[in-house]
Design a protein around this ligand. Sequence first.
Ligand SMILES: NCc1[nH]cc(CCC(=O)O)c1CC(=O)O
Length: 348
Amino acid sequence: MSRPRVKNGDTVMDKTHLVDEITGHRRMRRNRKADWVRRMVQENRLTVDDLIWPIFITHGTGISEPLAAMPGVNRMSVDKAVEAVKEAADLGIPAIAPFPDIEMDLRDPTGSHILDANNLMNRFIRETKKAVPNIGLITDVALDPFTSHGHDGILRDGIIVNDETVDHVVKAAVMQADAGADIIAPSEMMDGRIGAIRRGLDAAGHQDVGIMSYATKFSSGFYGPYREAINTGGLLKGDKNSYYISPANGTEAMRDAALDVEEGADMMMIKPGLPYLDICWRIKEAFGLPTYAYQVSGEYAQIKAAAMNGWIDGDRVMMETLLCFKRAGCDGILTYFAVDVARKLGRT
Ligand SMILES: NCc1[nH]cc(CCC(=O)O)c1CC(=O)O
């Protein structure tokens, strides 16, 4: 009787080893043994088409200022931001998502400045559309950059009032579409907003403007650095638990997402990203809509901080996290790493 002999690297396996005959026939490592076969069996890939770049814009001109908690990310005035967007388009990044840092004295309890056709956001949209027509503009309509209390809606007697906020949000969405926004991405999690925005856009002749729903936005500690970037951190009283979803609730998140689909969302987004990959998978499986994850500011900061301490290989973890979103069913990722990744992919 000849004994089973399996060549595994330099070792000739035989019955002196503990791997049994049956296990010995099922060797996962055959498909991992060399770079060429690893490439053949690779199931998911990250490409530049998967990247959406969130950027912070501020008032003034000639400004590009670093953000302490987001090393490598700058807050830019419109002129500088448009230059940066041009570069992103040249790298092949399909779309950007701007967030405005509104002047403090323009903020008020109802966020009324969001309804100014000439506010920072709308000016940026117009300038970018003109200068870089081939990049997609995905714009948020939440009130938080515009309110004096940092909440995403109108605050009355300690409560964020839903329906009045939605009226504001719809008007703001139409104005952003008038300015040239391609996709409206409402992040304020008010009930009924997707249907209301759809009707508002259609009534204004913007049938072609899409809606990417922040379908499941969780009440998360990972938004910290973003609040520094648009200067809402110091303003915010209390928390956003009365409108964002609890991190404990996956089934509730699915119900919320289902309503957005019914109301006419074209695309879905999950935010934050990495701690919520189960939700990404469930949403993609359940609805089959184009689905995106937002790798938020705190996720970016974590990776950068650990990398700067020499505790992890920052580039490697950046690429790994983004690939994991693809494996979890996402069609793309909003990530502050977008330009770095596009450059890296362009080189390989
Ligand atoms: N409408 C609020 C909004 N828009 C984008 C982010 C977070 C983005 C990030 O952390 O990168 C938030 C969260 C918040 O402040 O509650």
